[in-house]
Ligand binder design. Structure first.
Ligand SMILES: Cc1ncc(C[n+]2csc(CCOP(=O)(O)OP(=O)(O)O)c2C)c(N)n1
Ligand SMILES: [Mg+2]
Length: 481
């Protein structure tokens, strides 16, 4: 929501109502004093009044008061020591408060605050209205969104299992982020262009990229796996935030071509701290580039919570660059669809970029190499489970009689068939020729790469039995997992 639309939103000034509940975790602070305890806020209010009086009094009695204080301290060293001890204990207690990090309230509230969160479908599966955003999907469209999310989750779960079975080196799960990805992915038009990070399996699905193609890079058999121009869906980007620059440059090109398509750049809450993202925001703003910055705030950047990335809600950063920002319930597929559609129209119509902060949660580990139990509290996940994006749409479909048993049973079958296809595809993926890693680096070759290629070929040739080389290469690759 932009500042101006926010001002018009009657819910900004009112407390949350039960009908639009964003979840079980209660908002802990008012938006204007993020994260500050009431005491602190009160203290901030009063010094203007108190200061002059205090100053005058201090001036009057400075010398004698100081003297008296010194006398007092000298006479009672035990008391002074006690005070120091208390201060030390207070400091230690304060430091202890910092642990565990995951249990501390985020500075920007917890997303359950309706005054800044666009929501059209509550966790209880109830439709609610929003003054600035609306969608009116047909029953068929609702079922299609549900199907997208279910199949995306199933594919993702299968990939996690394949990694556990040693078929993939690594997998970044999207569990919990299905609505953010399907809602935004389905808002894009065929001629729009998408620049993902490494977790956008749901967006890839919506863009029509065959899911089996997403696995190659994580199996280590290729550097991408699909032709970006086939579906206007760029290759996955591991270098955090860098794709926002690529997207902005591409969008500037779209504008120069006079095309009316738009670009979406996906990135995370952690990426928002990258210099690349700041530069992308600046260029996009001043060139009115038709790009939508879609930030999935899943609360964590590996083990770093969002509170370590920002002291203001992320969507508010846009204002500093001169374009609108909006925070949407990232677990509400309808709200994400509505907000992304509007942002894309904004970009298409020459009004420049927009920032969407999809407030969601990474339900699983950062990747299969990560163990989140080491840094975040268990009850945090439980609170977000109550806001599950798939469950809330299912509740709506069932309550309103928009999908029958046959639909759900058919989808179960389709999920199983997808999982089977994914498993089969990965087991038939051919290992690349070891020399292939020297290809596609420079269009016209490079002396250093040429030298490395020659050295590596000699190394391979030094094995009497090529099978020994394959074993060694396999063991070395395994170390990196
Ligand atoms: C430039 C850069 N720095 C650090 C890393 C290591 N790294 C990989 S993922 C990640 C966290 C990203 O968090 P976020 O942007 O919130 O995305 P999420 O993984 O939560 O989807 C980091 C620091 C990297 N890949 N690139
Ligand atoms: Mg994150």
């Amino acid at each position: 929501m932009t500042e101006s639309t926010a001002a018009r939103d009657p819910r900004r000034s009112s407390k949350r109502t039960s009908g639009s509940d964003g979840g079980s975790a209660a908002a802990t602070s008012a938006p204007e004093t993020p994260g500050a305890p009431a005491k602190k806020a009160a203290a901030r209010k009063t010094p203007a009044k108190k200061a002059p009086a205090k100053k005058a009094a201090a001036k009057k009695t400075a010398a004698p008061a100081k003297k008296a204080a010194a006398k007092k301290t000298a006479a009672k060293p035990a008391k002074a020591a006690k005070t120091a001890k208390t201060a030390k204990a207070a400091k230690a207690a304060k430091a202890a408060e910092k642990v565990p990090v995951g249990s501390r309230p985020l500075p920007q509230g917890d997303g359950a605050d309706a005054t800044e969160l666009v929501q059209l479908l509550t966790p209880a599966g109830e439709r609610v209205e929003h003054p600035d955003y609306a969608v009116d999907p047909s029953p068929e469209e609702l079922r299609a969104l549900y199907r997208d999310m279910v199949l995306t989750r199933r594919f993702d779960a299968e990939a996690v299992t394949l990694q556990r079975q040693g078929e993939l080196g690594l997998w970044p799960s999207l569990l919990g982020q299905e609505a953010a990805q399907v809602g935004s992915g389905r808002a894009t038009r065929e001629d729009d262009y998408v620049f993902p990070t490494y977790r956008e399996h749901g967006v890839a699905w919506c863009r029509g990229v065959d899911p089996t193609l997403l696995l190659g890079m994580f199996r280590g058999v290729n550097n991408g796996g699909w032709d970006p121009n086939s579906n206007n869906f760029q290759l996955y980007t591991i270098v955090i935030g860098s794709q926002t620059l690529h997207a902005t440059g591409y969008a500037m090109g779209v504008a120069k071509d006079g095309a009316d398509s738009a670009v979406v750049a996906y990135f995370g809450d952690g990426a928002s701290s990258q210099g690349d993202v700041a530069e992308a925001f600046t260029f996009a703003a001043v060139y009115y580039a038709p790009v939508v910055f879609f930030c999935q705030n899943n609360q964590w950047a590996i083990s770093e919570p969002t509170e370590r990335q920002t002291r203001v809600p992320l969507y508010q950063r846009a204002a500093g660059y001169g374009f609108p920002g909006v925070r949407v319930d990232g677990n509400d597929v309808l709200a994400v669809l509505a907000v992304t559609r509007k942002a894309l129209e904004h970009a298409r119509s020459g009004q420049g970029p927009m920032l969407i902060e999809a407030y969601t949660y990474r339900m699983g580990a950062h990747t299969t190499s990560d163990d989140p139990t080491r840094y975040r509290a268990d009850d945090e996940r439980a609170a977000w489970e109550a806001k599950d994006p798939i469950l809330r749409l299912r509740t709506l479909l069932e309550r309103e009689g928009l999908a029958d048993e046959a639909f759900f049973a058919g989808l179960d079958e389709e999920s199983d068939a997808l999982a089977k296809r994914v498993r089969e595809s990965i087991r038939t993926m051919a290992d690349p020729d070891p020399m292939a890693m020297f290809e596609n680096i420079y269009a016209d070759g490079h002396s250093v790469v040429d030298e490395e290629r020659t050295q590596y070929a000699a190394y391979q040739a030094s094995f009497a039995d090529p099978a020994d080389f394959a074993d060694e290469a396999g063991a070395a690759a395994g170390k990196g997992h």
